[in-house]
Design a protein around this ligand. Structure first.
Ligand SMILES: O=C1O[C@H](COP(=O)(O)O)[C@@H](O)[C@H](O)[C@H]1O
Length: 248
């Protein structure tokens, strides 16, 4: 696992622009080197802002999306197209406007889909989809970049402090029943799946994230701060604005 690096920008606008520029570069180099790019998207304020900026970068440079696969780190288990779903927000911000082939967009299940209201089944279904894409090379593809927002409580994806999913080292994705942040039912990648990524990028903006960032960089207990367990195999980058970086 890699040691975390810190990249600081003055405010959330500059931060989102920098994330978008670098993500476009990483997509291009993954496709050039391996013929495919697997990117994990996040929800949250700065996560969605970065996708809006990525759409602008994509338009500007003519980014080729034909070999890009999009995954999610977590999802709120709600009906398809619900405005609070991370997928809905990512589609509005980016996906509906760029040319990613639809079979390469891999949303987590919705609560009105094939699993009905069975969020654990939804986690299993997503694990199976990840395994198929990994083509026998492991439980999940080696994601090129895994984007993760950071909650004020130090959660990443839908791995919340003190909840059992933080310690799941068998499943690739699992259901969450009692998230302290609404909605209570969610689907999330587990920490081993996140750690399979070449690069893990933690995105945080605002004073409310400053303590979580400090704990995440310190690398202590994942029970207390799940963000402390989010590390990439090659690179881990904390992308921060000055407010989020204020307690480092
Ligand atoms: O609920 C969620 O929250 C986190 C962080 O969101 P933020 O608005 O505080 O930045 C996000 O990363 C996660 O994907 C989402 O489901």
């Amino acid at each position: 696992m890699s040691e975390p690096e810190v990249v600081r920008h003055p405010d959330d606008e500059a931060l989102a622009s920098a994330v978008a520029d670098e993500l476009a570069r990483q997509i291009q180099s993954a496709v050039a080197e391996r013929g495919v790019a697997h990117v994990v998207l996040t929800g949250g304020g700065i996560g969605i802002k970065s996708l809006i900026k990525l759409r602008e970068v994509s338009d500007r440079i003519g980014l080729d999306w034909s070999a890009v696969h999009l995954w999610w780190g977590d999802e709120r288990f709600l009906p398809d197209r619900d405005r609070d779903r991370n997928e809905t927000q990512a589609c509005e911000a980016l996906i509906d406007h760029v040319g990613v082939p639809s079979h390469q967009v891999h949303p987590m299940p919705s609560s009105d889909g094939a699993d009905g209201d069975q969020v654990d089944h939804a986690g299993t279904r997503y694990s199976q989809e990840l395994a198929v894409a990994a083509r026998g090379a492991g439980p999940v593809p080696a994601f090129d970049v895994c984007l993760l927002g950071v909650g004020p409580d130090a959660h990443v994806a839908s791995l919340f402090p003190g909840l059992p999913q933080v310690h799941d080292d068998e499943a690739a994705a699992v259901g969450v029943h009692d998230s302290p942040k609404p909605p209570p039912q969610r689907v999330t990648l587990t920490l081993p799946s996140i750690r399979a990524a070449r690069q893990v990028w933690l995105l945080a903006a605002g004073q409310s994230k400053a303590d979580a960032v400090r704990l995440g960089l310190a690398g202590g207990s994942v029970d207390e701060a799940p963000v402390a367990g989010a590390r990439g195999s090659e690179r881990t980058v904390f992308w921060l604005d000055e407010d989020a970086a204020s307690r480092i």
